[in-house]
Structures are given as C-alpha cells and as structure tokens.
Design a protein around this ligand. Sequence first.
Ligand SMILES: NC(=O)c1ccc[n+]([C@@H]2O[C@H](COP(=O)([O-])OP(=O)(O)OC[C@H]3O[C@@H](n4cnc5c(N)ncnc54)[C@H](O)[C@@H]3O)[C@@H](O)[C@H]2O)c1
Length: 355
Amino acid sequence: MTSTSRAETVLVTGATGFIGSHTWVDLLAAGHRVVGVDNFVNSSPRVLDRLRKVVDGDIDFVRLDVRDRAALGDVFRRWKIDSVIHFAALKAVGESVDIPLEYYDTNVNATLGLVRVMAEHGVRRLVFSSSCAIYGAADKVPIAEDTPARPTNPYARTKWMCEQILADLCARDPSWHVTSLRYFNPAGAHESGLLGEDPRGVPNNVMPYLAQVAVARRPELSIFGDDYPTPDGTGVRDYIHVVDLAEGHRLALDHLDDQAGHRVINLGTGAGTSVRELLAAFSAACARDLPSRVVARRPGDVAALVADAALARTALGWSARRDVADMCRDAWEFQRLNPGGYDDEEEPDELVGQP
Ligand SMILES: NC(=O)c1ccc[n+]([C@@H]2O[C@H](COP(=O)([O-])OP(=O)(O)OC[C@H]3O[C@@H](n4cnc5c(N)ncnc54)[C@H](O)[C@@H]3O)[C@@H](O)[C@H]2O)c1
C-alpha cells in the first residue's frame, strides 16, 4: 500500500447529492481542488450555499446533465482535471423497476460518455460509485469482494454493468486506474448540521425515514418484516457514516496509482445493525421513543448485508471510525436544524433564472 497524496483537481459528478457533498468537503479539507457538477435531479441547489459555509470559501460548480458529453467536454477544457469521482446516478431500487430505461440511460450511458470524454482529454483516473446492491442475496455474510454478483433489480444491474464496462476498458488499456467502491448503507450527516441526507419524496432508506418520523413529517416507521433469520427478526444492514465514506473516496483517489487497471473495494464497517437496533439508537439520539409498526416484508429485501471490510483496510488504510450512535446523532442534528430539508430556504440568487 503506497499513497500519492499530491493535490489534484478532481471532477466530482453528482456533487450536490448526499455522498458527493460530504466528499467535496473532505477533498477540499485535504488540499485538493474540486470541480462539482450536478443537474439537481435529486438534490437541491441550496447545497451550494451550505458547502460555502462549511468550507468557508468559494467553490467551483457547473450545472449540467452528465449524459451531455459536450457539456462535460467544456468542463475538461475549462479546468485541467486530474481525476474523476463519479457519483451521479439514479439510485431508487423500486423506481428502477418502474422506469428501467431512465436508469440505464442515466447510470450506464452517462458512465460510458464520461469515460469517453475523459479519454479524449487524457484523464484516466476514476473512482466509481458502486453498491453492495450488486451482491443481491449473498449466501455468506460478511460479504467479500469476490462474492459472485447477483443483482436482482435494474438499479443493481446498472451498477454491475458499469463495473464490467470499466473492467473491460482497463483490461484493454492498462494506463487507466479505476477503483469501484461498493458501499453498504450510507447514513449520518456532517457534524455541522449544515449538510445531510434530504431525499426527494418518501425516503427509501430507513435512516432518513426515521429522521422524518422524529420531526413528525411521517407518523411512524414501517418495519418491513420481523421474521427474518436474524437475532431480533428484522433486517440487518451495515450502516456506514457518510463522513467515513467521504474519507474512503479520498483515500481511494490517493491510492489510484498503486495498481493499474480496475479494482473493486467494499466500503462498510463489518458490523451489522438490525432495524430494531437502529430504531432504539435513533430514539436515544432524539430523546423520544419513535413509533413503529411491523408490516409485510418488501419484495427483494434480504435478511442481512454486512461487508467484509478487510480489503479497504489493507489496500487503502481505511476503516470506519464512526458508529451507529454517531450516525444517529448527526442525522438527527441535520433534521432538527432542517426539519423540512434544504428546501425550507429561499432560492440562492445565483440560480434564479438558470435553466
Ligand atoms: N445512498 C446509498 O444508499 C448508496 C448506496 C450505494 C451506492 N450509492 C451510489 O452512490 C452515488 C451517490 O449516491 P447518493 O446517496 O449521494 O445519492 P444522491 O441522489 O443524493 O446523489 C446523486 C446526485 O447525482 C445527481 N444526478 C443524477 N442524475 C444526474 C444526471 N443525469 N446529471 C447530473 N447529475 C445527476 C443528483 O441530482 C444527485 O445530486 C450513486 O451513484 C448511488 O447509486 C448510494
């Protein structure tokens, strides 16, 4: 494990999203320059003002759709980009079943376009957002990277296809350095309470759902099944603090040159938490017993998804430093300060009138 922590100019796609915004902060703190791009399809322009507050400075941002190769090309002409972290994607499993073509276009086509534009500009260093969703219902937990992929829905298939495209590209041209990070369940928020998870519509993930129950935007948490073969019968997941995840991206970037070609690394804590345990932890964080009700299992849900986190430790020197109590404390602080999410505020002046 060697590391090049030289300052780079990093293009971050999906930069105003949940994980992108936290990674942006981490990269700037480490001395990198960041050019962020996003089309706000699942994020708020108000994140830009929050970012300026957190980093106490100006930021470089371009509003664009990552499927627009010409617009991406302009970014590469305007800045001398050294590497790319590609977060931009659609990520709701249920929605991906309803509008699969939109998912293949945004997640797969955009990735194809991005690597083409990168190649045209001589940039061959990429960190790609993959997901533990590609493992499907793995036979063995904890799940190591060599577990065969068995994606069970269009969203997971888009991530698996992108990984395969990147692997094929790297096999043909070893001047590429690509790391696909398979994250488990990102949760939490920036400790300032200025940045956090603010999904549009009904949250798909349990943590933002709980946070909205805590501010009475939702009446109760639905627990999807309590008859799984887990200690308390509810689903077990490997929650990872978004700030730890952001650090993992920075370290993946620093270690891109360690190995030519494509490699795959899990980012998880290696520890599982059940829905009931998470409910108790969030109730403790907000000092109120949050209401819940057991309902039927959701199709496609699996009993347990927990990472084997060993490779991230040896390859990147990374391991999670924050636990579920920290995630609940920070997610609660963000929700408490922003009960209606980012959209409680007025539109920033610079974006009024933009397409
Ligand atoms: N949050 C999770 O549970 C999780 C788990 C595993 C993997 N991931 C992956 O991590 C990445 C980031 O996830 P997140 O949780 O921050 O999601 P997010 O929705 O908050 O962020 C994604 C960002 O990409 C932007 N985007 C989407 N389509 C775009 C397009 N065509 N052009 C420009 N911008 C576009 C959205 O506006 C959003 O700001 C995604 O690739 C996601 O699939 C997320």
